[in-house]
Design a protein around this ligand. Structure first.
Ligand code: 13P
Length: 363
């Protein structure tokens, strides 16, 4: 990667590795110590009953674990049922767990109520006991166009017949931007069909590949959560194209600066950051290499240092996500600056996720 890796401001957080946090057990929970957070993102899997059964199997294998935070992110339909099941008193008496199990939602909408069919507000999530919301996951930042078919509707609007009709309407109106009229005249002119067809195909492809949540929408979601007392797991990550173009750091810088613009030093403690390189996520992909994870986590912590200062930079949690499995969790948690993991596929298997939670234990 050509972009200079910013210098890391201090080294003390780097010393906390998977094995060290166990050795300094007594210290975990003290101000300044970073408590590992292992969160399972179930994505669109599990009906409520199966989710509770999965959680029960995970807790069974993780009895008495108090030194890590555990996050479970079922789909919206599973939240209420799971919220009822993971009440702290019950977890304490049944599994010896404390208040270290957190209920996560996978998304939210930024308005608090109104005519937004199908959306769920942060206020609603808070009301059923959701602790944190995953915001800006790459499945939502870039993949929505594939599913929602924005592409064909763009293509339809770039047909000669549609544009000719629009041009007619616009010409009949007053005060229309002359540049728009000139562009439409040009595109609908005889002989320019090829340009139009090419543009339509280009835009269709672009929309399919890229349409998704914008940084601005993500920022509003962050704000909505914090306003309603719900914590945030803010995701960031570059796709393969950006990495190959050596744009990883500039892209992460943009995603995080915009997402965090509404986070004050006072509320920064309510935010966890998750770095998920898109190319490392999902079945068939390989996790990022330790050096790649390390340099990005350093970059992010340095950015947090710039934005909020040393105290917050040394306590904010930065998770890694992308093919975290039982056989690589120890190595990943040993990377300086990695404070936990956001786990997809492996979080759906009780044994695998439990092993991930137990990464610091030798048994
Ligand atoms: P996988 O662990 O399946 O690669 O998914 C990672 C992820 O997207 C978690 O949010």
């Amino acid at each position: 990667m050509k972009t200079a890796v910013p210098k890391v401001y201090r080294n003390y957080y780097r010393q906390r590795t998977a094995n060290q946090w166990l050795k300094v057990k007594a210290e975990v929970g003290d101000p300044g110590a970073i408590r590992p957070f292992l969160a399972g993102n179930w994505k669109m899997n599990m009906i409520p009953r199966s989710g509770v059964a999965l959680a029960a199997r995970i807790f069974d294998i993780c009895k008495d674990i108090k030194d890590v935070d555990i996050g479970l992110a079922p789909p919206f339909t599973g939240l209420s049922t799971l919220a009822d099941y993971i009440k702290p008193d019950f977890l304490r008496s049944e599994y010896g767990l404390g208040r270290n199990v957190f209920l996560l939602a996978q998304d939210t909408f930024f308005e608090s109520k109104g005519a937004f069919t199908g959306e769920i507000s942060a206020e609603m999530l808070a009301a059923i006991g959701v602790d944190r919301v995953i915001i800006g996951h790459s499945d939502r930042r870039t993949n929505l166009g594939k599913y929602f078919g924005f592409g064909p509707s763009i293509a339809k609007r770039l047909s000669r017949a549609f544009l000719t009709q629009e041009l007619g309407h616009l010409k009949a109106k007053e005060g229309v931007d002359p540049q728009i009229l000139a562009a439409l005249e040009h595109l609908t002119a005889e002989g320019n069909q090829d340009i139009l067809a090419g543009m339509a195909r280009f835009l269709e492809e672009e929309m399919r590949e890229r349409a998704g949540e914008s940084d601005e929408a993500i920022q509003k979601k962050v704000q909505a959560c914090l306003t309603h007392g719900v914590q945030v797991v803010l995701c960031c990550g570059e796709n393969r194209e950006a990495r190959e173009a050596q744009e990883t750091f500039s892209l992460l810088d943009r995603q995080l600066r915009i997402g965090l613009e509404v986070v004050s030093p006072r509320t920064a403690g309510e935010v966890v950051i998750a770095y998920e390189p898109v190319w490392a996520v999902g079945e068939g992909a390989s996790p990022a290499k330790p050096e790649q994870i390390s340099e990005v986590h350093d970059f992010i912590r340095n950015l947090i240092m710039d934005l909020y200062g040393e105290q917050i930079a040394s306590t904010i949690r930065i998770l890694y996500g992308g093919n975290v499995k039982p056989d690589n969790i120890v190595e990943i948690m040993n990377i300086p600056g990695v404070d936990g993991a956001l786990v997809g596929g492996a979080s759906l298997k009780a044994n695998d996720f439990a092993q991930i939670i137990r990464f610091g234990l030798n048994t």
